[in-house]
Design a protein around this ligand. Structure first.
Ligand code: ZN
Length: 122
């Protein structure tokens, strides 16, 4: 019991604002966070900001330039994207397929989705 209590205290120290109405008086009932203004219930991890990391664990942000670290086969294209290709101005997205979280333009290939695990920060 003691361990669980401590865990919740830690969570409560940095309770986020309500994601719906931005109210700061969100409280915890022990299993969910509840907004007193709009009654919205959510979990702390629902509002945690997603961090995107490259193959080396460096944090990537929108607008970064990255270098592809392995040859990538491209569906429908004759060649593959070569290791070492530099991709400028990436955009990080919530992946539709749960995997490809970089939206970018690859030279000679055009717009496509890549995985953060196959790039490193340039
Ligand atoms: Zn609210």
């Amino acid at each position: 019991m003691g361990i669980i209590k401590t865990k919740w205290l830690e969570v409560m120290e940095n309770i986020p604002n309500c994601p719906k109405c931005k109210c700061e008086y969100v409280y915890s009932d022990g299993s969910a966070l509840i907004c007193p203004e709009c009654n919205f219930e959510f979990q702390p991890e629902d509002v945690a900001e997603k961090v995107y990391k490259d193959a080396n664990g460096n944090i990537l942000v929108d607008g970064d330039d990255v270098i592809i670290i392995q040859d990538l086969k491209v569906k429908g294209a004759s060649g593959s994207i070569k290791k070492g290709t530099k991709v400028k101005n990436i955009k990080l997205v919530e992946p539709d397929d749960g995997v490809h979280d970089i939206s970018c333009k690859v030279p000679n290939f055009g717009s496509m989705m890549l995985k953060t695990s196959v790039v490193k920060k340039a």
